[in-house]
Design a protein around this ligand. Structure first.
Ligand code: C2O
Length: 348
């Protein structure tokens, strides 16, 4: 047991909370998770678990078998009852809980929130890791891997086609941003007015800024050090969390809803299946940034490394997982298909 107080949720405290726009929300699980025993995270066994290869969504769009499989997995997940922690709504609720501060911290009455700090990358990695494994288990495929929405590359700068059909559909999206519209990675409520090619060029230059020139120190890329306790919340997101992450959430959500729900508000964002491909790309860019730096690329801070969260796995078991558990994706048995990162040489 760590001797210092680390930042972690108290599962007995789930309570009503507020969206970023101050709307009352309630995303707690139907039964108190505290009554449930938890087990500590263990790495998947490399002798029985294949490596899952996450590929670009715009490429997977052409693989009919893959799209059919993924569509079926989401449909099953959406059909599970709400008291099943693997159900789609419960997955979305977990994101709501940790966005709106529905849990308190352990040993403190302060709310637990995982955006706008160095908790952003590891928490979302954990969330989609379990989501991916649950989807795979629902269709009996232990090679199933979440595609990534490759919005940082001109070839992927549109909503991937798979998200327009079947169980991938979310009606709460900005319809003027559906294909062939090109993403605006720095969207700020106003349409940029750029033509498709100009917008792509702008996006590539912006990626260079967020991944390289404005992210030269770990704190700048990772976000500020959020620590346990009442004054621990720091509220300064890393470059990529701020944009394209937040901006594309906002760009995707419906312009007709007050907080651009679903994707535009964190309490509702994970109700849109595209959320998971968005975060698969965020997770990839974290890996790319670490590779570009090679050394001094993770915070060497015991408070961060020992921070733990709880997620249900594909067997509906409650798992306690520490940030230090999720820093080597090979041990987690997944990888990303190699793609070109055209912004690397795009110094504006
Ligand atoms: Cu927790 Cu993309 O947000």
């Amino acid at each position: 047991k760590p001797s210092h107080v680390v930042l972690s949720p108290n599962l007995t405290t789930c309570h009503p909370s507020f969206s970023d726009g101050n709307k009352p929300v309630y995303c707690c699980p139907p039964k108190r998770e505290s009554a449930e025993p938890f087990i500590d995270f263990q790495f998947p066994d490399p002798s029985t678990q294949p490596i899952r290869v996450r590929r670009p969504a715009h490429v997977m769009d052409k693989d009919k078998d893959f799209v059919a499989k993924y569509n079926k997995a989401i449909a099953i997940m959406k059909s599970l009852p709400h008291d099943d922690p693997r159900s789609f709504m419960r997955q979305a609720d977990i994101h709501c809980i940790f966005s709106t501060g529905a849990y308190n911290q352990q040993h403190s009455n302060s709310l637990m929130k995982i955006h706008r700090s160095w908790m952003f990358f590891p928490w979302h990695r954990m969330m989609i890791y379990f989501h991916e494994r649950i989807l795979g288990s629902l269709i009996g495929d232990d090679t199933f891997a979440l595609p990534f929405w490759n919005w940082d590359s001109p070839v992927g700068m549109h909503v991937p086609d798979m998200f327009l059909n079947g169980s991938f559909v979310d009606t709460e999206r900005d319809s003027s941003h559906l294909p062939p519209q090109v993403v605006d990675v720095n969207f700020d409520e106003l349409e940029s007015g750029l033509g498709y090619e100009e917008q792509k060029a702008y996006n590539v230059g912006f990626m260079y800024t967020q991944m390289i020139s404005a992210a030269k120190k770990p704190e700048l890329f990772m976000g500020c050090p959020y620590k346990a306790g009442a004054d621990g919340y720091c509220n300064a997101p890393g470059t990529v969390e701020d944009a394209p992450h937040n901006t594309l959430h906002y760009w995707m959500g419906s312009n007709l809803n007050p907080e651009r729900e679903n994707m535009g508000a964190f309490y509702s964002a994970a109700r849109d299946p595209i959320f998971y491909s968005h975060h698969s790309n965020i997770d990839r860019l974290w890996e790319v940034w670490r590779e570009l730096r090679s050394t001094n690329n993770v915070p060497e801070d015991a408070d961060w490394l020992d921070t733990h969260f709880f997620f249900h796995n594909e067997k509906s078991q409650l798992i306690r997982v520490k940030i230090s558990d999720v820093l080597d994706i090979t041990k987690l048995r997944y990888t990303f298909d190699w793609v070109e990162n055209p912004w690397i040489n795009a110094r504006p």
